[in-house]
Design a protein around this ligand. Structure first.
Ligand code: SAM
Length: 278
């Protein structure tokens, strides 16, 4: 029988943010596959977990590590994959291993817990019904600008991981490309100096400018584009074309008005103007 691959979420700062199931799993598996064993050791010591580590599994060596880890699983060993913080595979290594395990018929079991993206989102005050996690902002200036231009039309709340060194540059760029948008900076989540800054990118920049330095781990959230239902419905439709079609079909002005108002969400005066034009 093969072993199981558990994907175990660890705290993102506050060591108390760990589930009972995560502790139990980490105690019971044969080996822990960690990104950096030194970082994971702090959590394990806190919960008296004595399980040994396999060789570390970090970005850049993933392709070399997959086969040996897979062999252990095929031998029947249960393994827990953890990353330095939060949920493995969320901006962290693990994807090639999970793919290979699934292809080899090995059960892959998530042990859910903290992830900075979701913690930041739920307390951001931005819409949570639709959101997109885009990982990190491109580092090169041209690519960063192109990325921000590309999300202009995005209606979902965007979640980004950003380093404190690049934060100001990214905010300045957002202020240029998306000046009207509400932005939230979630810093040092679950830690002593946890902070949420809310406002436009320029307002947040003003607050940060007053500080000598910006430290800590950061999540940036950008409000999605708020287009009115009317704009959404009409932008893909040639309204004048619709009006001429209705006239050609002999539809009365009264009914045509109703169609434009109900189906295209046009305001009454706009529908009237279009129908009575020329
Ligand atoms: N796997 C992690 C997760 O589930 O959130 C993310 C790992 S990624 C390599 C590290 C980035 O996550 C940091 O640069 C920061 O953007 C974000 N992050 C992690 N912990 C955080 C925290 N406590 N507060 C704010 N952001 C955090």
């Amino acid at each position: 029988m093969t072993g199981h691959l558990y994907l175990v979420s660890l705290p993102i700062g506050n060591l108390e943010d760990i589930t009972l199931r995560a502790i139990k799993t980490l105690r019971e598996v044969n080996l822990i596959v960690a990104e950096d064993t030194r970082n994971t050791r702090r959590v394990l010591e806190r919960y008296h977990i004595k399980t040994p580590f396999s060789r570390s599994y970090y970005q850049g060596v993933e392709s070399k590590r997959v086969e040996p880890i897979l062999s252990l699983l095929k031998e029947g060993k249960d393994l827990a994959l953890v990353s330095d913080a939060g949920t493995p595979l969320v901006s962290d290594p693990g994807y090639p291993l999970v793919r290979a395990a699934i292809e080899a018929g090995i059960p892959v079991i998530p042990i859910p817990g903290p992830t900075a993206a979701i913690a930041a989102l739920v307390a951001s005050g931005l819409p949570t019904d639709h959101f997109a996690f885009d990982g990190t902002v491109p580092r090169k200036e041209g690519e960063r600008r192109a990325y921000l231009e590309a999300i202009r039309e995005e209606q979902r709340t965007i979640i980004l991981y950003e380093s404190p060194h690049r934060l100001l540059t990214t905010l300045k760029e957002i202020a240029k490309v998306l000046p009207e948008r509400r932005v939230v900076l979630a810093r040092e989540l679950t830690k002593i100096y946890e902070e949420f800054l809310r406002g436009s990118a320029s307002e947040i920049l003003q607050t940060l400018d007053a500080r000598s330095e910006v430290k800590g781990e950061c999540v940036l959230l950008i409000e999605g584009e708020k287009r009115s239902a009317q704009k959404r419905k009409t932008e893909s439709v040639d309204v004048k074309e619709v009006v001429s079609l209705l006239k050609k079909e002999g539809i009365s002005n009264r009914t045509a008005m109703k169609i434009l108002m109900c189906c295209l969400d046009l305001p009454r005066n706009e529908a009237y103007r279009l129908i009575h034009a020329d």
